[in-house]
Every structure is written in structure tokens, then in C-alpha cells.
Design a protein around this ligand. Structure first.
Ligand SMILES: [Fe+2]
Ligand SMILES: [Fe+2]
Length: 209
């Protein structure tokens, strides 16, 4: 799959400013991400896919693109010729979910110290980053909290952000059935889960090979 080769930050801003900027609080949200977090330089993981500066923004764009494809596919009427075009409101939701679902990953990956790793005899296996979360609220829960401090989400978007980890969510692993209820309420829950999985396991894995 073709990867985004241009400046990921510029691509992020282009999508955000064309599709999400009419939402209440969108300007404040972006200002906060740019000035008070490491969102635009953070990796997306400590050692797996895109464990490099800017990885989080590349992943967010990959999820946005996948979510857009999934939504178009799902809304296209099989009996009607041609591709279904998304409405302005649908484009807005796709942009907000794709670009912001992982804001919980800002400020949690810290560059590993090779000197410390050498002293401890683990230089060969050292991951590029170490994970330390100063605000351990839970993955989807934290993204939801951080976004809604600035930007107004719809109820459907809130459910999708909260449950985007799917089967990997701690509450789901503990037996909660709330995610199933959320999926019954809105297709955006499983659309975002599918987009996140496709980006992580197809786009970012094949790019790493
Ligand atoms: Fe996530
Ligand atoms: Fe993600």
C-alpha cells in the first residue's frame, strides 16, 4: 500500500483544516496539540510500527485514510452505480476520529538512554523509546477526555473514540459488554476499530518490511 511520503505534519494540517475546522473547539484543540504536547514529533509505539519521530502523525493519517475508504465502501449502495460521496458531516467525523483517536499517545514515549542501557547490559535489545504515562486514565478513555477538554464530539464519535481498541481494551478483556452495546448504537465504533487495525497491521507493517 502506498505510504504518505510528504511532510506528515503538513498533510495532517491540510486534512484537519479542510474537514474538521468547522467543529466547535477545533482551533483550540489544534493549538493545544501544537503548543503543549509532543503530538507532532511523537512515535506511535516504543518499538513496533513507526517507533520514530512523527510516527504518531503518520499513523493518524493512515487511520484517517482507511476510515474514509471503509465509510465510502459501507455507505455505497450496491444497487446504485458509482461511488458514494461523503457528506460534509461525514467527512468531519472521519477526520476527527482518524486524526485524533490516539491523542492519548502524546507525551508518553520518552527517548531511551543508550548509556543507561549499556551499563545495564541491555543495549542490544534496547527499544528506541520507553513508555511512561504521566496520566494513566486508560487508552480510549484518555483520548476521549483530552479531546473533549477542547473540541465538542458527537455522542457517536465519543463512543468510537472510547472503544477504538476493540478486543484489546482492558474493560473488554475484563468481561465488559459495554463495547457491544456501543457497536449496536453506532457503526462508527467498528469502522474506527477496522481502520485502526488496517493501518497498523497492513499499511505500517508492509511499510516496515
Ligand atoms: Fe489507539
Ligand atoms: Fe491507532
Amino acid at each position: 500500500m502506498e505510504q504518505i511520503a510528504r511532510d506528515p505534519r503538513a498533510d495532517f494540517l491540510a486534512v484537519y483544516n479542510s474537514s474538521a475546522n468547522r467543529r466547535e473547539g477545533a482551533v483550540a484543540m489544534l493549538k493545544w496539540l501544537e503548543n503543549e504536547t509532543d503530538f507532532f514529533t511523537a512515535p506511535v509505539s516504543s518499538k513496533h510500527h513507526l517507533a520514530k519521530p512523527g510516527g504518531l502523525v503518520i499513523h493518524s493519517l493512515n487511520v484517517w485514510r482507511r476510515l474514509r475508504e471503509i465509510t465510502v465502501r459501507e455507505l455505497t449502495d450496491r444497487d446504485a452505480p458509482g461511488v458514494r460521496h461523503l457528506s460534509e458531516a461525514e467527512e468531519e467525523t472521519v477526520a476527527i476520529l482518524g486524526l485524533l483517536h490516539d491523542v492519548c499517545k502524546a507525551d508518553v514515549y520518552h527517548k531511551a538512554d543508550p548509556f543507561k542501557a549499556a551499563i545495564e547490559g541491555r543495549l542490544a535489545t534496547m527499544a528506541p523509546y520507553e513508555f511512561r504515562d504521566p496520566f494513566p486514565l486508560g487508552h480510549g478513555e484518555k483520548s476521549l477526555f483530552l479531546i473533549t477538554r477542547h473540541l465538542a464530539l458527537t455522542e457517536e464519535e465519543a463512543l468510537a473514540i472510547r472503544w477504538h481498541m476493540g478486543a484489546y481494551d482492558d474493560a473488554v478483556k475484563g468481561g465488559s459488554r459495554s463495547m457491544n452495546e456501543a457497536m449496536n448504537l453506532t457503526p462508527w465504533v467498528w469502522r474506527l476499530q477496522e481502520a485502526d487495525m488496517c493501518a497498523t497491521w497492513i499499511d505500517e507493517r508492509s511499510a516496515a518490511e
